[in-house]
Design a protein around this ligand. Structure first.
Ligand code: PHE
Length: 354
């Protein structure tokens, strides 16, 4: 009785395996014919109720059938999975390609590159200076001695560490321990460059700067400036106006006017703030310029002779102009960005727009 049942199961399994179309089907058959709840296992359980002789015969048969079914199914699985692989190999060239995700330069870097390109096309060199700076290069040499009230114009991050440095004092160098700051402007590069180079020259110095102040939509403690410095024999305010006008017209890709207003910086004399004609209305007055027709850009002036002297040039021999403006502010104007904090927010929804 049991023997016939086992033979029947074997035949059923062979027939079913014949019809299996997928690996899934075969896995199903494995459960059906050899699984814990299968008829086959049920039969094996009944063995305990039969004679010793029958137990031996049926047991042997059951074992060989089990191995036979398992081998059959394994073979079938192999065959099916190789045809399965062959199907995967087929490539449907009509399926649209997956879009590659690709990064790009940060908007500020893009703007910086753009500015550098414009200035190099006008014969400027690009200069660089340290962000961790000594007090001499950030302040003293720029005509801001320690007791000078103008020191308070910039909120400074002071470092605990001091640096041993050579400081120029009346044509000789004096070795002193200098207090250190995170540079409050890119004007330190003026000194660093002039210590090593002789006029005539024109440079720009883009870079990161730091101010110890609370942040809001137009202020950050860490931001970027662009310094320009042109020194030679007969440099004057007209040269500044022309260069600035050229630069901003190229940058905003439209005719831009420059306006200067009297101001004060210790390192320039005379000093001025400069405005550009509104990039939206061109000067007629609109909401972008609060009806003024002008947008404030930055500070500028003719280099103070004390700065030349601190850099090692003779007093009165050269003239030069310098200016500095905030890179973020320029980017905000160009792209109509309302909050400076977006630049370093790490928010990809913002970054991806550029
Ligand atoms: N360093 C000044 C500032 O940070 C800007 C400036 C640069 C002004 C050069 C005049 C000349 O505000």
């Amino acid at each position: 009785m049991l023997k016939e049942k086992i033979i029947k199961i074997k035949e059923d399994a062979q027939a079913a395996a014949e019809n299996a179309k997928t690996v899934e089907d075969v896995l199903q058959l494995e459960i059906q014919f050899l699984g814990r709840k299968s008829e086959f296992v049920g039969i094996l359980r009944q063995l305990k109720d039969v004679s010793v002789q029958e137990k031996k015969e049926v047991g042997q048969l059951a074992n060989s059938v089990k191995v036979e079914i398992q081998n059959l199914l394994d073979q079938k699985k192999k065959n099916l999975s190789s045809t399965f692989d062959a199907q995967v190999e087929k490539i449907d060239v009509t399926i649209p390609a997956l879009k590659m995700r690709r990064g790009h330069l940060h908007p500020l870097t893009q703007i910086q590159n753009e500015i550098e390109d414009i200035f190099t096309s006008m014969g400027f060199e690009i200069a660089d200076g340290p962000e961790v700076e000594d007090e001499f290069h950030n302040f003293d040499a720029l005509n801001m001695p320690k007791d000078h009230p103008a020191r308070d114009m910039q909120d400074t991050f002071w470092l605990k560490a001091q640096r041993n440095t050579d400081k120029r004092q009346n044509d000789t160098y004096e070795n002193i321990n200098e207090r250190m700051v995170l540079r409050t402007h890119t004007s330190n590069v003026q000194i660093r460059y002039m210590e090593k180079h002789q006029p005539p020259f024109r440079i720009i110095a883009p870079g990161r700067i730091y101010r110890n102040e609370a942040g809001d939509s137009t202020h950050e403690h860490t931001f970027h400036q662009f310094e320009a410095l042109v020194v030679g024999d007969e440099i004057n305010v007209g040269n500044f106006k022309f260069i600035a006008q050229e630069f901003f017209s190229k940058f905003f890709k439209k005719e831009i006017q420059i306006r200067i207003r009297p101001s004060f910086f210790p390192f320039t004399e005379p000093s001025f703030e400069f405005d550009i004609s509104c990039t939206v209305c061109g000067g007629k007055g609109c909401s972008a310029c609060k009806q003024a027709g002008w947008l404030e850009i930055g500070g500028a002036g003719m280099v103070n002779q004390n700065v030349f002297v601190a850099s090692g040039y003779p007093r009165g021999k050269y003239q030069g102009f310098a200016w500095g403006f905030g890179l973020e502010r320029l980017a905000m104007m160009k792209y109509k960005i309302s909050d400076i904090r977006l630049f370093h927010s790490g928010d990809l929804r913002f970054i991806k727009q550029f």
